[in-house]
Design a protein around this ligand. Structure first.
Ligand code: ZN
Length: 475
């Protein structure tokens, strides 16, 4: 098999039978090129995709006998039942990748990479990751009895590690950060292995871009997509998918790529300020020095991801850590999707962008839900140990807390997000629902200032609050 590569640094185009991630001329990052005519042909008719392999024509060619599959892809892109109404977004959709065989979007990459490894008759496979890709690769490798080695940082989600162990993978712990694990995996002692570390294998991007194709076939053209960013690889993949659809004349314009990171670690979002500089500078691969400091500060696909965001008129946003857990709960309790914190970030972002009016009510927006919350024990613990007051009592006390908060706020009022931050442990959607109900009962009133909405207590509200507080002292 021969791959056709395009260097994003010097525009060099070359063919090679080898899997390569950097340009032989300039060491820039390379991605695999897709033939536009094949894209046009495949999308000339509408179909409901029910498998990753429905898009096989656009993926690197692998013979039937080598295909390894657990039934990945074809995941639902479901219209929101409740959150869309709460936030007043008509066309809110969730692309639910938790429904893949090992409960993350990485099964797409694992299916393609392990199939490719089979076609090369490789019997050993290596992968450095912080969990999802490693768990997926282990599962698919187990189908073929391949020897699988996962290199991981010391701390990863225990659910992901348990998956690797269950799928019979060897595990090597290396360093505190995934960057160190990645650095280890490229060492020459592993040169006999099939390289399944996402950063070193651009077939990963090819596999993940099928998410865009599926979304198009499922719900048609969209205005925006919200994607969590680690290395930036998923955002880049999704952008590549939509870009190919546009080049094939299937869609007219690219959806806004909206990248989200946690405020605890948001190197890509921070770089957004230097966007003009990045657009004009060459894109070199991020592993020249193999130095930890640089790697932590510089996610592998950072510059390409930022270009994708810029060219799609998108945005990069970071979300406070405390919103992460409440967003996960919000998504589960309103939409029946239990997501890992990274994907719940997309819901937190949506909330904030809507409040700032950066997403309009009539837009068709997709939130990427990348992996399952069942893999992340601290979310499980936080949720299961939370002593929730059931029924009316709980509702009453939350409303009372919100009303109290508004009554003691600045005379100019307080905005919804602030209330959520002060109360803690409550989703923003829930705050807004309570605010709406308090407003309907004329206990509070709203005032628009610029793009923000502030809430103030009414005279009626003060009386009710006083009465409630008296009542509580009697309980
Ligand atoms: Zn080059």
């Amino acid at each position: 098999m021969s791959f056709s590569y395009h260097c994003y640094n010097c525009d060099n185009q070359f063919n090679s039978s080898q899997v390569s991630y950097s340009c032989p001329k300039c060491e820039g990052l390379v991605l695999i090129e897709t033939i536009t005519e094949i894209v046009k042909k495949l999308f000339s008719k509408k179909f409901q995709p029910d498998s990753f392999w429905d898009f096989r024509a656009i993926l690197p060619k692998i013979d039937d006998q080598f295909i390894v599959s657990l039934g990945e892809g074809g995941t639902p892109c479901r219209r929101s039942k409740r959150l869309g109404k709460i936030w007043n977004i008509d066309g809110l959709y969730f692309k639910d990748e938790t429904q893949n065989p090992t409960n993350s979007f990485k099964d797409r990459a694992a299916a393609l990479l392990v199939s490719h490894a089979q076609s090369l008759k490789k019997n050993k496979i290596i992968c450095a990751s912080n969990g999802n890709q490693g768990a997926s690769i282990a599962a698919y490798a187990s189908l073929e009895g391949m020897e699988c080695t996962n290199i991981i940082p010391k701390k990863i989600d225990v659910g992901k590690k348990a998956q690797m162990i269950a799928y019979n993978s060897k595990i090597i712990e290396n360093g505190d950060y995934v960057d160190e694990a990645i650095e280890e995996a490229i060492k020459s002692k592993y040169k006999e292995y099939y390289q399944a570390t996402p950063e070193f294998n651009p077939l990963t991007i090819e596999a993940q871009k099928t998410i865009s194709y599926e979304i198009f076939q499922q719900v048609g053209p969209i205005e925006g997509i919200i994607v969590p960013m680690g290395s930036g690889g998923l955002l880049l993949s999704i952008w590549k998918g939509f870009k190919e659809l546009r080049e094939g004349g299937i869609i007219k314009s690219l959806p806004k790529m909206i990248g989200v990171q946690s405020q605890a670690s948001s190197p890509i979002v921070n770089q957004m300020e230097q966007i003009e500089e990045i657009l004009n500078k060459p894109i070199k691969k991020g592993f020249n020095s193999y130095a930890l400091g640089i790697l932590v500060k510089k996610p592998f696909y950072q510059d390409l991801a930022l270009k994708a965001i810029k060219y799609s008129n998108g945005m990069a946003i970071s979300i406070p850590e405390n919103i992460m857990l409440t967003s996960a709960e919000e998504l589960a309790s309103n939409e029946g999707i239990f997501a890992e914190p990274a994907s719940a970030l997309t819901v937190g972002a949506l909330n904030i962008l809507r409040e700032e009016n950066k997403i309009r009510t009539n837009e068709k927006i997709v939130c990427m839900i990348t992996g399952s919350g069942l893999k992340t024990p601290h979310v499980l613990e936080a949720l299961s140990s939370r002593a929730k007051t059931a029924g009316l009592g709980g509702i009453l006390s939350t409303k009372l807390k919100i009303l109290s908060q508004i009554s003691i706020s600045h005379k100019n009022g307080i905005y919804g997000k602030k209330i959520g931050e002060i109360l803690g442990g409550i989703s923003l959607a829930a705050v807004y629902q309570h605010l709406k109900e308090l407003e309907e009962r004329e206990l509070i009133k709203r005032q628009k200032k610029g793009k923000s909405v502030y809430y103030r207590i009414t005279e009626k509200g003060k009386k009710v609050l006083e009465a409630l507080e008296t009542l509580i002292t009697l309980l």
